[in-house]
Design a protein around this ligand. Structure first.
Ligand SMILES: [Mg+2]
Length: 200
């Protein structure tokens, strides 16, 4: 099984081949190669790789600019390759949410651990973002249920416990989720009376 789908981007074809070889030997899939930032953006859209290993200095859109576009549009992690060590560049790289960078010449001993780390970080980050989304979703559902319960209490002049019971019974009888029913209550200001007993 592939350890990850990677795109290699560098304007020097020999270096690109070297890197590709190192990645293949380590068990990764190199799904595409590019020699400009522009092409890197196109290929990122097409292949949605797990990682892009990208040179900084290239004709027709440099690696930093391409990284920003790719990060923003496709959320693919990027490992930069650079011949420079200026602090300025590193600052810029931080800005572009780069997952790491390597200074040329690139050796297998540096490349593979950096690739592994970038993939691991990206996976953790995606996991975190998924949990945040799930939590937001749950919170929103809970707010809706509270609001629906409040409507039932108001409209039917019942206490919170009875409103909750009515909601729950309705859900069970109709095989619907609490959030579905809550959304319907918010819209119609009541429950379908045939399916649940409500006082008043
Ligand atoms: Mg270059």
């Amino acid at each position: 099984m592939s350890k990850g789908r990677i795109i290699v981007v560098d304007d020097e074809s020999i270096l690109r081949m070297d890197i590709k070889e190192m990645l293949l030997e380590a068990g990764y899939d190199v799904v595409a190669e590019a020699n400009t930032g522009e092409l890197a953006v196109e290929l990122a859209a097409l292949h949605r790789p797990d990682l892009i290993v990208m040179d900084v200095k290239m004709p027709r859109m440099n690696g930093l600019k391409a990284s920003r576009i790719i990060q923003k549009s496709f959320n693919v992690p990027i490992l930069l390759l650079t011949a420079y060590t200026e602090a300025e560049l590193i600052e810029e790289a931080k800005e572009a949410h780069i997952f790491g960078y390597l200074v040329k010449p690139i050796t297998e001993k540096d490349l593979i651990p950096a690739v592994e780390m970038a993939l691991g970080q990206s996976k953790r980050l995606h996991g975190l973002l998924d949990s945040i989304k799930e939590m937001e979703h749950k919170l929103e559902a809970r707010k809706q249920i509270e609001q629906a319960k409040g409507i039932l209490m108001d409209v039917h002049n019942i206490n919170e416990e009875d409103a909750y019971k009515a909601l729950r019974t309705y859900c069970m009888n109709n095989r619907k989720t609490m959030s579905e029913v809550a959304a319907s209550i918010i819209q119609h200001r009541t429950l379908d009376r045939n399916s649940v007993s409500l006082p008043g």
